[in-house]
Structure formats: structure tokens, C-alpha cells
Write a protein that binds this ligand. Sequence first.
Ligand SMILES: *[C@@H]1O[C@H](CO)[C@@H](O)[C@H](O)[C@H]1NC(C)=O
Ligand SMILES: *[C@@H]1O[C@H](CO)[C@@H](O)[C@H](O)[C@H]1NC(C)=O
Ligand SMILES: *[C@@H]1O[C@H](CO)[C@@H](O)[C@H](O)[C@H]1NC(C)=O
Ligand SMILES: *[C@@H]1O[C@H](CO)[C@@H](O)[C@H](O)[C@H]1NC(C)=O
Ligand SMILES: *[C@@H]1O[C@H](CO)[C@@H](O)[C@H](O)[C@H]1NC(C)=O
Ligand SMILES: *[C@@H]1O[C@H](CO)[C@@H](O)[C@H](O)[C@H]1NC(C)=O
Ligand SMILES: *[C@@H]1O[C@H](CO)[C@@H](O)[C@H](O)[C@H]1NC(C)=O
Length: 234
Amino acid sequence: MLASAISALVLAATASAHIVISYPGWRGNNLITNETFPYGMQWTYPCGGTPVTGNRTYWPTTGGALAFQPGWFRGHASAFIYVNMGFGDDGPDGGPANMSFPVIHPFQILGPSNNPYPGTVCLPQVPLPKNMTVQPGDNATIQVVELAAHGAALYSCVDITFLEPGDERIAEVNATNCYNSTEIGAADIYTITTRESGSDEYVSAADPALSLSVFGAPLLGWLPLLGAGIWAVL
Ligand SMILES: *[C@@H]1O[C@H](CO)[C@@H](O)[C@H](O)[C@H]1NC(C)=O
Ligand SMILES: *[C@@H]1O[C@H](CO)[C@@H](O)[C@H](O)[C@H]1NC(C)=O
Ligand SMILES: *[C@@H]1O[C@H](CO)[C@@H](O)[C@H](O)[C@H]1NC(C)=O
Ligand SMILES: *[C@@H]1O[C@H](CO)[C@@H](O)[C@H](O)[C@H]1NC(C)=O
Ligand SMILES: *[C@@H]1O[C@H](CO)[C@@H](O)[C@H](O)[C@H]1NC(C)=O
Ligand SMILES: *[C@@H]1O[C@H](CO)[C@@H](O)[C@H](O)[C@H]1NC(C)=O
Ligand SMILES: *[C@@H]1O[C@H](CO)[C@@H](O)[C@H](O)[C@H]1NC(C)=O
């Protein structure tokens, strides 16, 4: 079904790249290029050109599932994926003022090719931001960012209202609406510090003093364990 939907969209549009949030839903179709969005809606921060919506979907107060289809249109043989949340209604569109609360470590997706491809990625338990607690009835927005190989980002969002886990108004998560397709691989992203802030000393990868991190979280403790395996993804 996705494959045929993709062909239809590819015929209908000329833009490259794009992402669809399939669970728990999205603000609406922003796979659009027109006079208002001559480069394509999804390149627009923070939510791909879609303002906050009234048709919120329900999501557990303890965090929950997120599924998306990253391969609409060309240009995503690989991409980095970020997931953030925003809270409050102080933003220019009456939604969150910012989407500055990351909820996962970014990771890379590995598509089968640079052409449009079907398939989904499922994150079964996306947590709330660290130290954040919410009450049933509170609102938030989940933002999925797909960072293309050239560094520009595509945005798509879904507006949610929190409910107690297990509330029957939360759409069931199952192997039909949340699964990882075989054709979309994944990779962890690491950085290696080559010079600390405040230091003039450069560190080479062979130096035992190097500092390895998964996007900000120091990994020094793991270093001996990771050993050779890690170099494959760098
Ligand atoms: C909200 O409404 C838009 C426009 O009808 C629709 O495309 C979108 O799927 C809806 N989102 C949810 C989460 O129901
Ligand atoms: C372009 O598409 C968006 C989203 O559907 C819409 O809000 C906007 O009015 C459209 N612009 C034009 C010029 O049709
Ligand atoms: C959540 O958003 C809905 C509109 O989508 C609004 O009616 C409701 O008052 C909001 N809830 C809170 C706690 O702000
Ligand atoms: C981001 O939004 C939150 C509200 O959710 C607010 O407390 C915070 O100050 C905002 N941060 C910035 C940098 O605007
Ligand atoms: C899908 O792949 C992502 C990235 O590797 C992983 O975090 C997630 O747990 C996987 N989902 C399932 C349902 O196994
Ligand atoms: C979370 O709270 C703990 C204890 O107050 C604090 O040490 C930690 O820095 C906080 N983490 C974040 C990401 O704010
Ligand atoms: C999976 O859950 C969805 C609702 O999110 C439901 O429509 C669908 O029937 C379920 N599929 C199976 C196989 O249970």
C-alpha cells in the first residue's frame, strides 16, 4: 500500500526527500511544494509548515511508541533522525514556543538506495524528556527531524494530549502499525573529541586520551568494550 502511495506522490510532486509520521499520527499532509512553499513544506522549522492543530492524538504520560516512514521521495540513502518534544502554547502559532527537548539519541537510518523507498521505522518506547513529568490532559507536540546527507533538515510533527498508559483512547500499538522494515537499516552515531574547549592540544584517534561520546553523553567508560567494532560506523 505504501509503495503505491509513494508512486502516486512521486508523480504528483517534484520535491526531494520527506517523512511521514505513521504512529501516533501527524499534523497533516505536508508533502507539498507550491507557491507558498517553493522549496517544499517539510524544510520549514519547526513543523514542516503546518501550524498547531486541534485534532490532537493521545499518547501515554510515560512516553510511548513512534513510527515513521522516512523514504518518501528521493535523497535518503542515509539520514540522521532526531525526535524532540515541545510544550506550552507560547509559540507564534499557539503551539510550543520551541522544540528544544530531545527525547532520543539521534541515530542514522540506512535506506536501500537514494530513490524513494517504502518501509517504516518503529521506536516502541520513546520516553519523555529527562526530569519532565506530565499529567493526563496535558498537551505537547512531538517533532521528528530527518537530517539529510547535505545537512538540511525536514520536519514533521504531531500534536498530542497525554493520557494514563492503558487508556483505551490511546491507539493500540502492534506489529501492523509499528515495526522496522527490513530494507531500512540503522546505525548509532558517535563523535570523537579532537580538541577540548579551552585547550590547544589536538588529540589523535590513536591517543588513549581521546573522548568518545554519543552526541554529548561521554562514553569513556565503554571505550575498551567498544574497541574495534566502533570504527566501522565512524
Ligand atoms: C489532523 O487533521 C489533518 C487534516 O484533516 C489530517 O491530515 C491529520 O491526519 C489529522 N491528524 C491526526 C493526528 O488525527
Ligand atoms: C500551499 O499548500 C499549503 C498547505 O496545504 C497551503 O496552506 C497554502 O495555502 C498553499 N499555497 C498556495 C499558494 O496554494
Ligand atoms: C490542549 O489542547 C486543546 C486543544 O487542542 C485545548 O482544548 C485544551 O484546553 C488544552 N489543554 C491544556 C491543559 O492546555
Ligand atoms: C522552550 O520552551 C519552554 C516551554 O516549554 C520554555 O520553558 C523554555 O524557556 C523555552 N526555551 C527557549 C530557549 O526559548
Ligand atoms: C527499530 O530500529 C530502531 C533503530 O535501530 C530501534 O531503536 C528500535 O528499537 C527498533 N524497533 C523495534 C520494534 O525493534
Ligand atoms: C535531572 O535532575 C537531576 C536531579 O535534580 C539533575 O542532577 C540532572 O542534571 C537533571 N537532568 C537534566 C537533563 O536536567
Ligand atoms: C493494530 O492497531 C490498530 C490501531 O492502532 C488497529 O486498527 C489494527 O486493527 C491493529 N492490528 C492488529 C493486527 O491487531
